[in-house]
Design a protein. Structure first.
Length: 291
């Protein structure tokens, strides 16, 4: 399978097509079914850590979120959960609310807050630390642009690549494929972006169904997918070499991505499906065949 995927990387570069989500670890997304067949991997997003701390203002709290995708973010909240102030990469300093982030896009951001201005000292709190794999490492390997989206890819060693996705000057995504998963994928707006273990960047837009319709869909290649719904969650099952796999993966609040020898299938949380078929110059959406 890895050989087939590598062989198509050069061909894909000619088409300029590709995707996203994100993330750095791969696991089954179903709350009930665990594991995955060797030929299919699912991307799960584990590069976001949060914690809640008491605010320096009595009765208030601060939610700290550290994300490899969008950087650090802090929200001042009242007892009901209403957000009273926010600092993030768009606005790392809010003097009126006494909020501040140092190193908002760094690997070790620090939150600071205070009750008054002037010379009043800031109280500092470190953001939750992300796993090592959730940070880019190495030297800049490539820069790829798709309109207002820029992908900066770094190489830390053989088959050790990671990328930041930047849209209109803001970081909006992170990619880091695991060695046994061949690539990582994330969706940014209507664009999908993928990073392969060999450092290849590909992207596509479209090729997405307009509404969820349960049943079997035919892909542009020889494969099919089956869309199901269980306990309010949409799930997808993929064929491989003409045979159905024994696993159904559910989109629990975020997109699920499955991949096979020459196919990527994306199941969005709203039940819509998208696909990318290696070797096809023009990508088309899955076509519903029967219930």
């Amino acid at each position: 399978m890895r050989t087939a995927l590598r062989a198509t990387t050069a061909a894909l570069a000619l088409f300029g097509a590709v995707i996203a989500v994100p993330a750095t670890a791969f696991a089954a997304s179903s709350p009930a079914e665990q594991g995955s067949p060797a030929r299919t991997e699912v991307i799960a997003e584990n590069c976001v850590k949060t914690k809640v701390i008491p605010s320096v203002f009595a009765g208030l709290t601060v939610k700290l979120t550290n994300s490899a995708h969008t950087g650090a973010k802090a929200q001042l909240r009242d007892e009901s959960g209403k957000v009273l102030g926010t600092v993030d990469q768009s606005k790392p300093l809010d003097l009126s609310a006494g909020l501040r982030i140092d190193g908002v896009l760094s690997t070790a951001p620090v939150f600071k807050h205070r009750t008054q201005g002037g010379d009043t000292p800031w109280t500092a709190v470190a953001f939750p630390k992300l796993p090592k794999d959730c940070n880019t490492a190495g030297s800049l390997y490539s820069t790829t642009k798709y309109g207002g989206v820029t992908v900066k890819t770094y190489k830390a060693g053989p088959q050790v690549f990671s990328s930041y996705i930047i849209e209109n000057g803001k970081r909006v995504g992170f990619l880091h494929p695991m060695g046994n998963a061949y690539q990582d994928v994330r969706k940014v707006g209507e664009r999908y972006i993928s990073l392969t273990v060999d450092g290849g960047i590909h992207s596509w837009t479209g090729a997405t169904t307009t509404s969820p319709k349960l049943g079997v869909y035919k892909l542009a290649g020889t494969e099919k997918v089956r869309l199901v719904k269980k306990d309010g969650l949409y799930g997808v099952q993929l064929t491989s070499h003409g045979s159905w796999t024994n696993w159904t993966y559910f989109a629990k609040g975020k997109s699920v991505i499955l991949q096979d020898n020459n196919t990527i299938v994306v199941l969005n949380a709203n039940g819509t499906l998208s696909n990318f078929i290696y070797g096809f110059a023009h990508q088309t959406a899955p076509v519903w065949k029967n219930a």
